[in-house]
Design a protein around this ligand. Sequence first.
Ligand code: 5AD
Ligand code: SF4
Length: 437
Amino acid sequence: MAKRAYIETYGCQMNVNDTEVIFAILADAGYERAEKMEEADLIMANTCSIRDNAEQRIWGRLEVFSAQRKARPGVLVGIVGCMAERLKDKLLDTGKVDLVVGPDAYRSLPRLLEAVSPSSPQIDVLLSREETYADITPVRTDRNGISAFISIMRGCNNVCSYCVVPYTRGAERSRDAHSIVREACDVYSRGYKEVTLLGQNVDSYLWKGPGETVNFARLLEMVAAVAPDLRVRFATSHPKDISDEVIHTMAVHPNICRHIHLPVQSGSTRMLELMRRKYSREWYLERVAKIREVMPDCGLTTDVIAGFCSETEEDHLETLSLMEAVGFDWAFMFAYSDRPGTLANRTMKDDVPTEVKNRRLQEIIDLQNRKSLERYKAMIGRQVQVLVEGPSKRDPAQLCGRASNNMMCVFPAAGLKPGDFTTVTVQDATSATLICR
Ligand code: 5AD
Ligand code: SF4
């Protein structure tokens, strides 16, 4: 009988896609996917190290996995992903883990599974300059069969001073453009209607093949050409790298969605310098102005960090004023978390007291909630095209789906089914949903 693997995924969408790659690799080693931990021979967490609380959650899950391992001898527990890369043998030292595998070492899972035994746990955390898993067809784990994520690059070459990612995911490398297009064709032929191209910094995508060089704008064009009714999304853009060429490419292809996730992190140029973001407040505002000039209806979302090293009240007010000026549709907002090994951790003091960080974060959240409501309400009366994803969570009699600008819409079912495109009129709005007819 086939063995079964259960994987919990934490962190970003790239990790969701990595889990799909892992399932594909495990299938070659004779493992099927288990929906429940209690049914699995192999229990894994694909982990995130971005903030301390992300790691704390995983330590908690490890206790739960460990109980399974005790109750059912022979069950294996694995920690894979960013936390595996960061903590390495510290995880094995707990005696609760059989496998520790970093983001570039998933291909060695079958070999490690052959070799593993209670007395010899296995570890592979080698980072690679080449690995992109280009030839592996991910086992899709999304439930709707409508929207697929495709990794176009791995790793990161920016060294933002707060960020652990360059250490956990290694150097940046771009995946073969043709393998990306093939994957998009493959999911389209299986009924998917949307692909999201994923990378830490998609604007620095650059693939060189025999006699050709493909940058991100060109890649967008190639994927958009797969089919006119295949929507194309992407994340994440970097303000220092997003080019006019990319903005114009979006504008001329109706199936490239009008949404850019453009993390600002702070509205203070002094903070941005300390964060090593390589752009200023003015540069960021200019990029936003350019996007809106070319695509006035483009959705904009961002990430913000409150209370980075040495942040003053003035710096914080600059973040608020930038958010006020831009009017993001939505934001992911975090209190700064000191990560061992980063530049900030080694050379700066995490000197903003927790209460101050939390108070500033709350002010940022309150402002953003107000702005989100404004942005969503401004859509009332407008018509938007949505891709039907499935029943609405609140009211199963209604359907939900996203507009091109990434706003979530709910609307009456009216004979529609997941995967259909439809045009709806916005009648009302909350700060996170457009209520449509
Ligand atoms: N503390 C808080 N937030 C962080 N992020 C990255 N590193 C940290 C950290 N050390 C946030 C950034 C990034 C998002 C993915 O996570 O806003 O864009
Ligand atoms: Fe994703 Fe970053 Fe978390 Fe790794 S640390 S899983 S790259 S968010």
